[in-house]
Design a protein around this ligand. Sequence first.
Ligand code: MN
Length: 486
Amino acid sequence: MIGELKNLIRQYLPNANFELIDKAYNYALSAHYCQRRASGEPYINHCINTAKILTELKLDEATICAALLHDILEDTLVIREELKEEFGEEITTLVEGVTKINSYKFNDNITKQAENWRKMLFAVVKDTRVIIIKLADRLHNMRTIKYLPPDKQKKISMETLTLYTPFAHRLGIYKWKSELEDLIFEVLKPAKYHEIKSKWQARSESNIKNLEIVEQQIKEKIEPLNIPYRILARPKNLYGIYKKMQRQEKPFSAIQDLFGMRIITDTKEHCYTILSVVQSEFSILEGSFTDYIAVPKANMYQSLHITINSNQDVIVEIQIRTEEMHKRAEYGIAAHWRYKEAFNKNGTSTLKQTDINMEQHLEFIKHILESQKDITDSNEFLTAIKTECNFDQIYVTTPKGLAIKLPEGATALDFAYAVHSAIGDKCMGVKVDGKLVSLDYKLNTGQQCEAIVRNNVHPKEHWLSIAITAQARNKIRKYLREHKKK
Ligand code: MN
């Protein structure tokens, strides 16, 4: 298995430090020795699979090593110092970041918490690679979820849907997002999932032949032009079909564009050449043409979209794009680094190293994450980050995993009042990440806080110089006022 992983890496990083990768593998192997997954497999298989998923994004060797080691601080006896000694600061920080994400726990009301949680995560996680490793980890866990008891399956699926698919969406890793969605869909709505799946299969069997005929017709027209291309026919993801049925309040039988076809070529010019072939060959559904090459979506997505009604009476949405646009559409900005795909004459691609290094790549991702505006479903999330999180908000959690929003500069006392005024009134100190601090301690995003209360403690005059939130100050004033009267 480790051999397969190394082969995948070799395809895009021929000069990778394979000794280091072997070392990380052997280290994880011995640390997880004797541990097994719910499936009965050795635990190390999960680590290797997580790393393998990451090779789809052509990530660097530090990320691959961190993926092999990602559960080591949480599930084994290895401690940070040992890991740092062996693998250095970069890999250790990545592993630590993943461990930190896992340490935030949720109560049952996860949807209410999701928003604050995601904002906090973005503020805490300085390195986007940590979130990408966590996504790959979650994808593999979802792929193997059937081995867990049903209640756990539901809980994890719900958590993945509310917390992780928005990250995949935001990073533009649509391939992972749609796989996650279908896996979640199967767990949370099994009856609907299987209904749509069997209907889709029934329809596709009758249609697949027709689709092949369409493909053949297109091929015959492109072939003489002597331009490199390949054709991918694909079904829409089942969850996407389900959402469309709900959104348009239509039964399955009324959903038309169940099939998509992608024609991938080398240059922008050839995209338009192929478009004109399609336009002259088939009848086009009116109003179906969109040019996302001339006008890319804000997430940098580019393609030509056109829907045809074939002679066989199949409706097919066709997307025409270059290899580079294709990669960006599948893996988003996360894949867009270091290598550029180039075409040989015979249509096979080779990789050419460009001078974009990892730092620039990550800087780029960060920039996109911060500037991207139009994506609908978690759009508010990003805007909120810009206006609140980055500038004047911090997020801390309670031991139960409740995320609490506070203004920057908020103190331990503000936290206690934010939990509940009765807790604030009797607060003698706050445990921050396990350590007791005084009431005037200034909090930072990501800290876990627990207020310590004593019945003999009461608000005092000088608390007004400690608390900065209006909520806390009002409560303190109220107590002092009432107390003076007495
Ligand atoms: Mn894991």
